[in-house]
Design a protein around this ligand. Sequence first.
Ligand code: TXA
Ligand code: MG
Length: 463
Amino acid sequence: MAQPNETITNAENTSPPAFDTRTWVVSPTAPADELESSLSEAARMLQAGLLVAFPTETVYGLAANARSHTALQGIYRAKGRPSDNPLIVHVASIDEFLALGRNIPQTAIRLARHFWPGPLTIIIPTAYGPEAACETARAGLDCVGVRMPSHPVALALLRACGLPLAAPSANLSGRPSPTTAKHVSFDLGGRISGLVDGGPSDGVGLESTVVEATDDADGGGRIVILRPGGVTREQLEEIVGVGRVTLDPSIVMKTPTPTNGPSADTAASTLSTSTSPLPHPQLTILPKQNSARAAELASIERLTAGTSAGASSDAASSPSPSPSPSPSSTTPGPKAPGMKYTHYAPRAPLHLVDGSIDFLLSLALPVVRRGDVVGLLCTVESRPAIDSWLISESIPSDLVHLRTCGSRADLPSVARELYTVLRAFDETPVQVILSEIFPQDGVGQAIMNRLNKAAGGQIITQG
Ligand code: TXA
Ligand code: MG
């Protein structure tokens, strides 16, 4: 069995703690009892207070015993996670959920019965006592976030260890959440004891929806979405009624205001001109790197610097994740503490482009003409226009890295591929990334929430 190396106990040591991360490859389609027994070693590690990453239908999680302060401290340390950001507790049944809370609103119970197992996290007042999630999982709050995942491997692991498992996404804080075991080992290999590889987390591909539910005096319910995710606002409205589901005000995206960027006409002329206009003033372009790998290592160094200190102080001194710009200076902070941090960010600055594909390409052209490298995050629908632009403008192939992320006609496909695509840019030497935006219906709300955070709120709007 993998054993933790002694360096973990040295809070002053800034190099990553060294673990011999044990990996088990399992098939999610295996019979449940077979799966459970193939996970017995992973379960024993969790019972012993070690950290094990595992797949869920949303993203990979990094699990520890939700009742063990010491085990949970390991999560904050391995991820470099701010200590004020509580963890979601995963359970294998509704009964376990009921045991974790007290005075649980009927609406919360209705949601659990309707959407579980599935990508919905419900915040409830916490129980106290030996059965409850420990204060470290709750980051000191008097409420706890609970979810019952639907991924067969996640359920088998929960049953095999017989514990509620606190599990944040299994990435270094600030990085895009992992949807494959490869992503997990890239971020956390050598920092955790175990990794269950159950194939891609390709059910949703984005984290669960986080909600708070209350009962009205009239017997109706109200829901506040603290983080949009796999269960959509429209699905929640089917349970409590339209007008009874709201978004936490601090995460409502500001409608972008038009900038002094090129107008549609200018954009068209930019495309056909042979002179080299200056890049759009809103674009942040990284200086050239010697190689993609050097850039990648610099990015990991930036993320892990100072993160091996103890859970109580690591985040405060860590340069990442940093608080995101608030949608409005007058709105209070988000009720889900994690929503105040910049997240999901690739190494190169990401800019969202609210406009036509021609407008997006007009922003890329001056950058490429300077010899800088551009990443384009687009959908299958935009590929033909981009391909013909590459030919008509004779763009050198090494200056544009194109990554296709699903189809506009099928937003769940965009959600499934988004994190893989964001991470893929880190393997290229791109100095700036331009992305299409998406309608905020259904899962589009979660896609835009994550893209907006990855872009640090940077949206360039066609004039
Ligand atoms: O899909 C998911 O939710 C994944 C998988 C692994 O289950 N987990 C995940 O965990 O995304 P994490 O830690 O990356 O995000 C949890 C979010 C954070 O924004 C956190 O602030 C919020 O949920 N949260 C957790 N407990 C809370 C609580 N008691 N009160 C308010 N917000 C809470
Ligand atoms: Mg996370």
